[in-house]
Design a protein around this ligand. Sequence first.
Ligand SMILES: [Zn+2]
Length: 492
Amino acid sequence: MGRSIYHRLPPPLQWGVKRALALIPPAWRQRRLTRQVRTFLLASEFWPRETWRAYRDKKVRELVAYAYERVPYYREVWKAAGISPVDVDGVAALRRLPFIDNRILTAHALDLQARGVSPRHKIATQTGGTMGRPTRLLLHRRVSQDAELAFIQDLWRRVGYRAGARRIIIRVGGDPGTGTSKLYAFDPSNNTFFFRSYRLTDDKLALLIDLIRSFRPEYLHTYPSVATLLAQYVERHEPAGLPPLKAVLASSENSYPHQRELITRVLRTRFFTWYGHAEQAILAGECEHSSAYHIYPGYGVCELVDPAGRVVEQLGQPGELVGTGFYNPVMPIVRYRTGDFGTVTADECAACGRSYALLEHVVGHHTQELIVHREGHLSSVLGVLARGAYYHNVRQFQIHQKVPGELVFRIVKAERYGPEDEARFQVLIRERFGASMQLSFDYVNEIPPTAGGKWKYLIQEVDAGRTWAQPADQPAVRAEPEAGPLPAWPRQ
Ligand SMILES: [Zn+2]
């Protein structure tokens, strides 16, 4: 049935528009800022450390001056601490500024917005949040999104990616343009298939294999856990005629050495991962030769801090990742405690020659695991967590699973939490995991971190045997950035 599925696909509503767009070469369709940042990234890729230092110091000065001038929260807090923008003359002086975190983003959502930015430039996004508190934050429709695209494409270039390459995106939602009800949808303008990753039964994995055979993607873009499920399926069933892949692009959760080994061996391709987050303050990815995360120096500043909030200077010492982003003029992110932990192991990569710091052993709230259905198949927990709107009345949140097909939501209520919230969660679980998944609630006063000080969204106690990708003790990697002829931040 190989080729047939591809040709039987229902045309999405926007088919005509997307088809027309598809006639224009992808590079021409990119926005000006994306092209500018890409050009900058190419030019700066092998800058020596000194050049980066001067560049980053300048970016920090501009950012701090902008935040002080435009953002009431920063001005007030920094003034109270006796700090003026001239005190922060570069990256090293950032540590004089207080941290912000997920709680502050929520509590001061209005005062953290820069004054004078047109509402049409603001776009809301959702973070996974730290300590079980999802957060809404605002990005700049052009600056944040267009620059992000340039950075991600620059990152993927290390595994041969070019704009418009054939991709299958396997993720919790479907194609945003066509709704999320279909199992898969094609976007011809980006040469991309979207395939939903809910309830990945063997039947659905067989369909996915079929799609891979007929569409012949160069890249699969998904979560490490889903790529692992696919590789396990391929190992069990050994489907014939799988086309060669250039890479599996994987993010949004930790990856583990056993996953890398399995995916590389079974799918016979590069397993390429990176660390990033919705707050867009730190971005770091693998290179051509190494799986350590190269922190993009042009994207923002990545600091590591110890439990007392002191900056960790020594290579090889772990710390919490604190990010300062260069590309969000709507809600500037200055010294944001991510709730993720990692270790900077080197200040440059000997394998590729980039003078980007290397980040490894990242763990934290981006750790994402799998939920076990009664019948034994698995779903990504992201299916629940990606719906931040459900969590407005929740202070802290954690999922516990002891029995296949049964979930317990452990919740610290916020003031307005009521029966309707419980009902909403029931609907969400039914939608995401089907009627057979049972949900109960456990209301508590506090949800402490695990012994290592780490936060986990999912406490998984089910051993689902062969299909359950038991995480090894070794966590994955992630990294940081900076800029050149960057566009001026909007001053309207
Ligand atoms: Zn490298």
